[in-house]
Design a protein around this ligand. Structure first.
Ligand SMILES: C[S@@+](CC[C@H](N)C(=O)[O-])C[C@H]1O[C@@H](n2cnc3c(N)ncnc32)[C@H](O)[C@@H]1O
Length: 443
């Protein structure tokens, strides 16, 4: 029974994402390390392609079978999605290969009884093109871009129809590969640093970001970048995340706390960017997340960062007013990162936003007690939802004395009328982030 390792792996990953709410960004590297280059690339393309087009594929399955998708066993549904995706979206795969491998995959998935159906549906799809009827324009955008209708309805209310459609479209594009230097790089001898820089400059694959200082953009991953990342001299980090971390420039002796810090992308950025051995603490809720934080800091040579585990929704284990700068990079829905995490759109539910709002507000209130007078808090999320952003800050400012909103020091194109910073994938070609800067001006 012939099934390529790429299709078998994509099938298993997609099944885990559905059953266990697992993340493609975690599973793909685990599976890909055991595949050769060709299979790894196909597995990547199939997994992300299906996640980016799931609602479209399901509508196609319902059209060809005249049966609701929730009536199929999950394994059979995933096999059908895999087969149809290859037939509709990939022109390099011959139809017979997509069909035969899908039939075999249904047997491998112990759904032998469905193999006839899989064969019939895919044969029909290979001979007929599909045309859908939509009840309205929102349904068209929802199906063409595979975003749940309720999520689009929210974005239409918040941003208007054309921006909501543009966001959904851009969420199905591939984001730029960006990186920065690590502390370990800055600690190299002059000669070694110059060598790394000149090697990077020689590569026509790499350019400097026009949006964020000291951030580099690679048009593709290559061997040299892989080696530099393995040596922990560069660190892959999305531009909007770098933009946020860059806002925190510590003066000598200033004490810094990163409240929700794991895996430490921003804390290690801030440490690498700080010319002094300042007092820096980074904490997180879960043991495993704190371990990630420790190993990431160690790998990057970020020795000043001390790590701690706590629940920031409860009282934090520090004296009041003991930090100059506090970063609250809050747990959030991640709707600004759907390009890189396409499954987020399916796992979210409308009620999640209210719960997140309360959690974010609790953490922000607790963190604010630790800020010295004259000090500041940076509050950020990778969400584009106002409940998690402006509305959290509004609730915070009206419930807390002494904090005032100051405009973050970013390019004017990112500033909003209310004095916050916002980035959007469809507008800026980077993740959707929100940043607020709050100064403790009490007294
Ligand atoms: C957006 S992520 C932080 C990303 C991180 N700042 C970085 O740049 O790598 C939010 C983090 O908040 C943590 N978190 C969630 N609830 C928390 C809580 N109650 N107390 C502390 N940390 C929490 C999560 O485990 C997650 O690591």
């Amino acid at each position: 029974m012939k099934i390529s390792p790429a299709r078998k792996s994509a099938f298993e990953i997609l099944l885990k994402i559905e059953r266990e709410k697992a993340y493609s960004s975690i599973l793909l590297p685990l599976y890909e390390q055991n595949l050769d280059e060709r299979d790894s690339s196909l597995c990547h393309q199939l997994t992300l392609g299906i996640l980016r087009n799931k609602i479209y594929l399901d509508r196609a399955i319902e059209t060809f079978t005249k049966k609701r998708c929730n009536k199929f066993d999950l394994e059979v549904l995933i096999v059908l999605r895999l087969g149809l995706y290859q037939l509709i979206f990939l022109d390099k795969i011959p139809a017979y290969s997509a069909i035969n491998e899908s039939v075999n995959l249904s047997k491998f998935a112990k759904k032998r009884s469905a193999s006839g159906l899989v064969n019939a549906v895919l044969r029909k799809a290979s001979k007929n093109s599909i045309k859908f009827d939509f009840i309205d324009e929102t349904e068209r955008v929802s199906i063409e871009n595979s975003h749940p209708r309720w999520l689009l309805d929210r974005w239409i209310r918040e941003f208007g129809f054309s921006d909501a459609e543009a966001i959904a479209k851009s969420n199905n594009t591939i984001s730029r590969l960006t990186f920065r230097f690590t502390k370990r790089f800055f600690l190299l001898e002059d000669e070694s640093r110059k060598r790394v820089i000149s090697e990077l400059k020689e590569s026509d694959n790499i350019s400097e970001s026009e949006l964020v200082e000291d951030c580099f953009v690679a048009s593709k991953s290559d061997k040299k970048l892989g080696e530099l990342a393995d040596e922990n001299l560069i660190y892959f980090q999305e531009e909007a995340s770098q933009l946020t971390a860059r806002l925190i420039q510590l003066e000598k002796g200033e004490r810094f706390l990163d409240v929700c810090a794991s895996p430490g992308s921003k804390a290690t950025y801030i440490e690498a960017n700080c010319g002094f051995d300042n007092f820096m603490i980074a904490g997180d809720l879960h043991k495993r997340r704190v371990q990630n934080l420790v190993s990431n800091s160690r790998n990057q040579g970020a020795k000043s960062i001390k790590t701690v585990r706590y629940d920031a929704e409860k009282e934090l284990p520090f004296r009041d007013e003991s930090f100059d700068i506090v970063l609250v990079d809050a747990p959030c829905s991640g709707t600004g990162t759907i390009r890189r995490n396409p499954e987020i759109r399916y796992s979210l539910e409308e009620k999640d936003f209210e719960a997140l709002h309360h959690k974010q507000l609790n953490i922000l209130k607790n963190a604010s007690k630790l800020v010295k007078r004259g000090g500041k808090i940076i509050y950020s999320t990778c969400s584009i939802e106002s409940e998690e952003n402006e509305e959290v800050i509004e609730s915070f400012v009206s419930a807390t004395n002494g904090f005032s909103i100051t405009a973050p020091n970013v390019k004017s194109e990112f500033l909003t009328e209310s004095g916050f910073a916002r980035t959007f994938p469809h507008r800026d070609n980077i993740d959707g982030f929100f940043i607020a800067s709050l100064e403790n001006s009490d007294g």
